[in-house]
Design a protein around this ligand. Structure first.
Ligand code: SF4
Length: 147
């Protein structure tokens, strides 16, 4: 299956299968040496519980949360979105431009690399360093701390 163009996040965990849903990762160093890249979400199994067919199983040989399959139908998209919502560090993200998915993710920069602005245009929320852009961080803060 081909996927519409999606944003390639600078901190995308390399184990993710090609496609718009992905997890972020962080370089791990030990004794001042590069060790590898670890997913920012790992081991509690909560996201995997939401989408066990889309995320790699966590076991002795895999401790990194990452997508091994992109959702291909509405039910899978919903479960992928649920997996994004339960991650407490917002390390599962959507980099695509599908408006239905973005709306399903509440148009939030906490989950989406693209969101809709007030004119209904898609705008990128992530800077070249992988951090949320200031306007997107402000939206994310308001979203996170809403009652
Ligand atoms: S959902 Fe939260 S606690 Fe669970 S593995 Fe991911 S970051 Fe850790």
């Amino acid at each position: 299956m081909t996927h519409q163009p999606y944003f390639t996040h600078p901190q995308r965990f390399p184990g993710n299968v090609e496609g718009p849903f992905y997890t972020t990762g962080t370089i791990v160093c030990g004794d001042s040496r590069y060790v590898g890249i670890a997913s920012d979400c790992l081991q509690c199994l909560t996201p995997e519980h939401e989408a066990p067919d889309l995320l790699a199983p966590i076991n002795k040989s895999n401790l990194n949360t990452h997508f091994v399959k992109q959702p291909c139908n509405a039910d899978e998209v919903q479960r992928a979105c649920n997996a994004l919502r339960v991650c407490c560090v917002y390390a599962l993200r959507y980099g695509g431009r599908d408006l239905d998915v973005i709306r399903q993710l509440e148009n939030s920069p906490l989950f989406c690399d693209y969101i809709l602005d007030e004119q209904g245009e898609l705008i990128l929320t992530v800077g070249p360093d992988g951090q949320l852009l200031p306007f997107a961080q402000a939206i994310a803060n308001a979203w996170r701390f809403r009652s």
